[in-house]
Write a protein that binds this ligand. Structure first.
Ligand code: FAD
Length: 384
């Protein structure tokens, strides 16, 4: 169960401020954790459900989840890693050196790779559910990044435990209360979770990634988590199985959610082939490529590039929005970017209301010039 404390008041304030339909650039600042939370820390323990980044190692979303979990409990956290093989091993090697991590739990089994909610959530439930003596038991908080992995696994876990899921939080207020955006980010709701176990996903861009401990810090101890039936192959087959997995090539570009520069395109690009204009600009700037849902739906680019309410949430140093209108659902995924540059031939396009720099022009004229300028700057830096 969860209770919304201030969404109604927030809505009234947002309407009065004209925010609905004209989203704010900045979130309200998070209330810092009160000293009272520290007193309660002894009774709170968090389990972070971690995941590997595509290249191996702890993902940025997991590092953010560690920070949030530590803010909830003001105590060191346990980090669970599930999977198999070399990728799991490299993630564990990094995880044991993370700040705020007291111990790393390892569930190593071929059935857990690739990760499915159907196979991973029972492992977590075994650690926090009734079997683990949840009444006064092991963990009071289960936290993961609001990535595809976290959004898949944790709601299923919450269902299995019979508790509410507090999703996509952007700030921690106290051990049972957090802030989450609603209405595509136009209102920030302060929500209290009243269940014994709080199941939470965390917006990665809203929390600082937990840093490494440094060379002289001790590595956290590891513990193996037994998987039911793993030894004798007696585990029941999951209802879902992975038939094949195909990783979309990033072209050596940084991960969209972690990139410092994102160049996003919309329907104005007119075709998938024209997205080459944006990949060239992104490569010259060392950035990633994103897209609107309209561009994805039109088949211009794969859906893992989608930015927005139903896509990825990004907050890079620079977001370059090209040939996209700035629909409210797109703004929900990028409006916290530090600087926004918009290229659109329509001076009335809503994207200009959030842009720091706007170019009213035909993208097919302007983008090649931006790319040439970026390449020239890069070459000059390399020559210096
Ligand atoms: P358009 O709105 O068609 O804009 C195209 C723009 O390109 C126009 O502003 C036009 O002036 C400009 N343009 C055209 N030609 C040129 C040119 N030659 N040079 C310069 N500019 C040019 N959308 C998302 O992006 N992400 C989401 O996660 C998302 N989730 C959604 C969830 C729900 C429940 C719903 C209902 C919608 C969602 N949408 C989402 C869709 C959203 O409402 C918009 O339809 C979509 O973002 C529009 O995409 P666009 O800006 O590419 O297209």
């Amino acid at each position: 169960m969860w209770r919304s404390l201030s969404a109604a008041a927030g809505l009234r304030r947002a309407a009065a401020a004209g925010l609905l339909g004209a989203p704010s650039r900045r979130h309200l600042s998070a209330t810092p954790i009160a000293a009272a939370a520290a007193a309660a820390a002894a009774t709170h323990r968090a389990l972070v459900v971690g995941e590997a980044s595509p290249a191996g190692g702890v993902s940025l979303a997991t590092r953010a989840a560690v920070t949030a979990a530590h803010e909830f409990t003001t105590a060191p956290v346990s980090l669970l890693l599930t999977g198999n093989g070399e990728k799991l091993a490299s993630t564990v090697a990094e995880a044991v050196r993370l700040e705020h991590v007291a111990d790393v739990l390892i569930a190593d089994d071929p059935s857990l790779s690739p990760a499915l909610a159907e196979t991973v959530s029972p492992v977590i439930a075994g650690l926090v559910g009734p079997a683990a003596g949840v009444d006064g038991g092991a963990y009071t908080h289960v936290v993961a990044g609001a990535s595809s992995f976290g959004k898949n696994v944790l709601p299923r876990l919450a269902g299995a435990l019979g508790v509410g899921a507090l999703t996509d939080i952007t700030a921690v207020v106290s051990a049972d209360t957090a802030v989450r955006p609603i209405y595509a980010g136009n209102v920030l709701a302060t929500v209290r979770a009243t269940d014994d176990v709080k199941v939470v996903t965390v917006r990665a861009t809203a929390f600082a990634p937990a840093p490494d401990r440094g060379a002289d810090g001790d590595a956290a101890p590891t513990t193996s988590v037994p998987i039911d039936g793993a030894a004798d192959g007696a585990a029941p087959p999951p209802a879902v199985r992975v038939v094949s997995e195909e990783l979309t090539g990033g072209g050596g570009r940084p991960e969209l959610a972690a990139a410092k520069v994102v160049v996003s395109g919309g329907r104005g690009l007119k075709s998938g082939a024209n997205f080459a204009l944006l990949t060239e600009l992104a490569d010259a700037l060392g950035g990633a490529v994103g897209a609107t849902r309209a561009a994805v739906d039109a088949g211009f680019v794969p859906n893992d590039l989608q930015v927005g309410q139903t896509g990825k949430v990004v907050a890079p140093d620079v977001y370059i929005a090209v040939g996209l209108s700035g629909a409210i659902q797109h703004l929900a995924g990028m409006k916290d970017s530090k600087a926004i540059v918009a290229v659109n031939k329509d001076p009335e396009a809503p994207i200009f209301s959030v842009a720091d720099y706007g170019v009213v022009a035909d993208l097919f004229d302007v983008v090649p010039k931006m790319t040439a300028a970026a390449k020239a700057t890069k070459a000059a830096k390399e020559a210096a």
